[in-house]
Design a protein around this ligand. Sequence first.
Ligand SMILES: *Cc1c(COP(=O)(O)O)cnc(C)c1O
Length: 453
Amino acid sequence: MMKTNPVSTFTWIPLTVQDEDEDLVPVISAEKEFFYDEDGNEWIDGISSWWTVIHGHRHPKITQAIETQLKSLDHIILAGHVHRPAEMLSKKLLELADNDFEKVFYSDNGSNAVEIALKLAIQYYKNQIIETTEETQNSSNGVPSRESFLIFSSSYHGDSIGSMNVSGLTYFNRIFANLRFPTFETPAPNCFQCRFGKTPDICKTECLDSLEKEILKKKYAGVVIEPLVFGAAGMIFYDRKVLEKIRTLCEKTNTLLILDEVFTGMGRLGKNFAYQLAGVKPDLLAIAKGLTGGSLPLAATLVSKKIYSRFQTKDPFRSFFHAHTMTGNAVSCAAGIASVDLLLSEKDLVPSLQTKLQILMEELQKRLGGKLKNPRVLGAIAAFDWPEEIAEDEYLNPVGKEIRNQLKKNFVLLRPLGRTIYITPPYTISPVSLEKIFHALYDVLSNLGRRSE
Ligand SMILES: *Cc1c(COP(=O)(O)O)cnc(C)c1O
């Protein structure tokens, strides 16, 4: 057991109610799917440390790439300069994406990668207006044409103001509701709890009816969506049909499709990117979390040929003036290259992990007498909802925190989203560790179930 009960003195711990008692785990090292605390306890990282450490902690190939890179170049301003790690990673990402992408724009976190996509989308249309004389005002809402986005209620795109404003209005961003720029928010698809009582085989994408009406009525810059899985909003899965329909509507109305694969990208669903699983082509793509295998901050926005061509100009007014100081950091890029190479050389990991997760999930459901709601597995994601009818805001549902704290006693790190419990392990996790996670879950949930009866 833990001897110490450390709290932080100087560091503001994020996503934490500051005056609530919470024992922080003082971590000193990590390797593979494990991390170790000051008391020498071995923990299992069941969520890849916020979905980043896809190849396990401190993968030797990534560590090696970072060490090697540091011997020659640490960082150089990317304006006016270029370097091999940035160029090589861009080339690899474009190959991995296998789409009509032309350029890679770097930043250092997922929120920025999304925000860059938003800005590029808006400017893409502005540049067209400069080129031609398209009317610039939407008559009805007073917002200039194509400056606003169609978004989904159960979506999360980041915590910066721009990315927050294209996320669903939730507990996370309600304080800043007055800062929201105009968007059109549609209730999100959810194929495990369809509002129309349909299953994917008989569905006519009724969940997109309001979006369809709107997109045909007004000119929007883009549709912003997390493909196939709404992650932070509760691991909500939806069918590829929905994406296909959105793509069709986008084409019909000349609206850009912006896919946020900060979570689903880099192999999480079994393909390099979720859109490849869905068979749908995005115009802009945001990548971050697994990009460097969790070793260093790095994000990228992939830009299609169609969009990039509108920025191929000598006119400064039509150029994209956006940069972050650490953009294209050479060490991060070297880590990214190693991470992409690992992804390519370990293609079978996620499909076999998916099979194992399915078996363990079924077993857990059976042992708990079918109590779990919507057990679901896709790629390296397993999730279910705990049947708790508390009218509390979903994320604040206290059962999540209780389950998290109980799991700590088994040295398993999971971080439920309200009553949605999910596992997003490193792709390299061993079968033994996976079984330990499910065993701990059974322990905790069977006790919880007994108490509530
Ligand atoms: C985590 C996440 C983000 C934000 O990424 P940060 O690196 O935390 O800024 C954006 N979109 C999705 C889908 C995410 O899961």
